[in-house]
Every structure is written in C-alpha cells, then in structure tokens.
Design a binder for this molecule. Structure first.
Ligand SMILES: Cc1cc2nc3c(=O)[nH]c(=O)nc-3n(C[C@H](O)[C@H](O)[C@H](O)COP(=O)(O)OP(=O)(O)OC[C@H]3O[C@@H](n4cnc5c(N)ncnc54)[C@H](O)[C@@H]3O)c2cc1C
Length: 305
C-alpha cells in the first residue's frame, strides 16, 4: 500500500516523486521503459529554456535529474508493464501478476510521436528514416531528403538538414505552415528547401534503404515519385492514455483534462506533464505540474488526518 503511485518516469513523474518524497509520502514510480527520463534522451538539441540550467542535450539534463534519484527514498520500478488500472479503486495490476494499491494516482505518461501510417514507414526505420536532424544530419550530408509536417519541429528539422543536404522537400498537409514566425522567416532565406503545402506523403519506397517517396499534391492530382535518401516525420504527438481513457475525462485528442490543481475528474487521480498539456509541452511545465500534484495530494491526505 502506497500513498501515491506515479505512472511514468519522465520529468513530470520524477518531479512529482521528488516532491512527494520531500512531503513525506510513501511513493512508487512505475516506468514501462528500461530507463527513466521519458523524452529527454531523445532531445539532441541544447536545452536553454529550463530556467537556471543550460545543458548540451536532454541526456545531460536527465543525468542531473538522475543523480538525485539515488538520494531519494521513493521506490522506482523500470521495465514495468501495467495491464490495467482501476482509477476509482486506485488499484494497478502489473503483467507480473502483482496488484498494487495506493491512495492517490498520478498519471505522468507523456506523449509519443504520431506516426504517418504509410507503407514503408516502419519497414525503413533505421534505413533512411531520420529520427532527429540534430543527431543524424551528418549521416545525410550530400543527400536529398524529405521532411513531413508543418509545425515548429518539422521546420526546425528541415532547416538543420538544409545545412548539409543539397535539397530538402517539406511536405505539409495544410494550406499554411504552423511553425513560429522566426522559423518561417529563416525558411524563406534558405533556397534549397522546397515547401509543398496541401500535399501528403503517401508511400516511402526503398531497396534496402529509402530511395524515394510518393507525394500527392492537392486532392485529386495523381501522386508522383521523388528520389530522396532520407525521410523525417514530425506531425505532432499523441498522449499515452489508452489505459485510462474510458475511466476519466479526456479531450478529443486523448489528452487528460485537469484543473489548476492537476486534478482529473476522478477524485485523487491527477495528471501531470505532457499527457495533460495539449498546448504547451515543456520540461518546466512538466516539473511544475508534478510539484503541484504532489502538494495537493499532501494537503488532501493531511485533511483526512
Ligand atoms: C526532440 C525534442 C526536443 C525537445 N526540446 C525541448 C526543449 O528544448 N525545452 C523543453 O522545455 N522541452 C523540450 N521538449 C519537450 C520535453 O521533452 C517534454 O515536454 C517533457 O519530456 C515532458 O515530460 P513528461 O514527464 O510529461 O513526459 P515524457 O517525457 O513523455 O515521459 C513520460 C514517461 O511515461 C512513460 N510511460 C508512458 N506510458 C506508460 C505506462 N503505461 N506505464 C508506465 N510508464 C509509461 C514513458 O515511457 C515515459 O518515460 C522536447 C521534446 C523532444 C521530443
């Protein structure tokens, strides 16, 4: 029996655990991955927007977070697969057969990149599919590449690839790019980037590695093939909420709906971090939400006496 079970060991889950520990709550963190940190190990760009700390990448920030995990007293189980959660009863069932009980549950399960769902996307993972321009661009130097998406992440990655690739084709479904003004201005000044709006990538073609993509420009027009050696997809994220969706309120995209105290509509069930932040997903937002959830839980338990 724990006071608090936290699901997910990214910045939000870890921050919640630190605060719960500090407030004297018996706390368990359950993480499905081998390692803690959530998205942080996949952040290859420098992090300069977490107040008071500047790191070369997410891994460096994670190392700073992790150095504190050893000193803390909460329990942390990685490689833990949850089969079901009864949010009302605060019961968590694991694939191992164990059933855990707590007074409060914090859902800090974050998000994963959305997939395009086209043929070739999975098949060519690691064979021309680019995970991150910040990490991989030298591998694609001198090669033509294609980027799918129209938001900040897609345009930022296209700009990075354009530093080393002869051509970058940016394929975006909408009429206008959604990226911030600063990125769009930079885009206009880079002549090797071609933007196809109102267009969709329909297939990734390869012979061992990626050799081409099939693109459909405007509805009704015939798709055409274009030779590229790399494809990077950045079409947003989706929350990890499948386990809970039928038990609490979510928005139309599956993000948890929480109030200013990080409470969901189920008593003593909280959401923290990206899983409940459809608008602004940030490390500082995630750690702040974790702190709020922990403090609210502590005060609720205090009231109960
Ligand atoms: C390329 C990139 C660059 C970024 N750059 C910045 C930046 O410069 N500044 C910034 O502030 N933010 C940045 N971010 C965003 C930032 O990383 C996220 O906002 C932050 O990681 C959110 O933390 P979180 O704990 O809410 O979720 P996550 O980091 O997604 O962690 C959630 C954790 O929950 C686990 N989990 C999910 N489902 C289950 C389950 N059923 N059982 C157990 N565990 C589960 C996941 O495995 C994961 O470890 C960037 C993100 C990316 C991908």
């Amino acid at each position: 029996m724990y006071d608090v079970i936290i699901i997910g060991a990214g910045p939000a889950g870890l921050s919640t655990a630190f605060w719960c520990d500090e407030l004297g709550l018996d706390t368990l963190v359950l993480e499905q991955a081998d390692e803690i940190g959530g998205q942080l190990p996949r952040v290859y760009n420098p992090i300069g927007n977490y107040l008071g700390l500047k790191t070369r990448n997410g891994k460096e920030l994670l190392d700073l977070f992790a150095s504190e995990v050893d000193d803390a007293e909460f329990d942390l189980w990685t490689q833990t697969s949850i089969t079901s959660v009864d949010l009302k009863a605060k019961r968590v069932s694991l694939a191992s057969g164990e059933v855990l009980q707590s007074i409060a549950i914090v859902i800090a399960t974050g998000v994963r990149p959305r997939e395009l769902g086209v043929p070739g996307e999975k098949e060519f993972a690691g064979k021309g599919m680019i995970e991150s321009a910040a990490r991989d661009r030298q591998l694609f130097a001198g090669k033509d590449v294609c980027v799918v998406g129209g938001g900040d992440a897609a345009v930022e990655n296209a700009l990075l690839l354009a530093e080393v690739c002869p051509t970058v084709t940016l394929v975006h479904r909408g009429k206008k790019l959604r990226a911030r003004h600063e990125f769009k201005e930079k885009l206009q000044a880079v002549h090797c980037i071609t933007v196809f709006t109102e267009s969709v990538l329909t297939r990734i073609i390869g012979e061992g590695d990626v050799v081409a993509v099939e693109i459909q420009r405007k509805q009704g027009l015939k798709p055409f093939q274009m030779a590229v050696r790399g494809v990077l997809i950045r079409i947003g994220v989706e929350p990890f909420t499948e386990l809970f969706r039928d038990q609490l309120e979510t928005d139309e995209k599956g993000f948890l709906v929480v109030n200013g105290r990080q409470e969901t509509n189920v008593p003593m069930v909280f959401g923290a971090g990206d899983v409940s932040s459809p608008v602004a997903a940030t490390i500082s937002g995630a750690t702040g939400a974790g702190a709020t959830a922990a403090k609210v839980i502590a005060s609720r338990l205090n009231e109960r006496g």
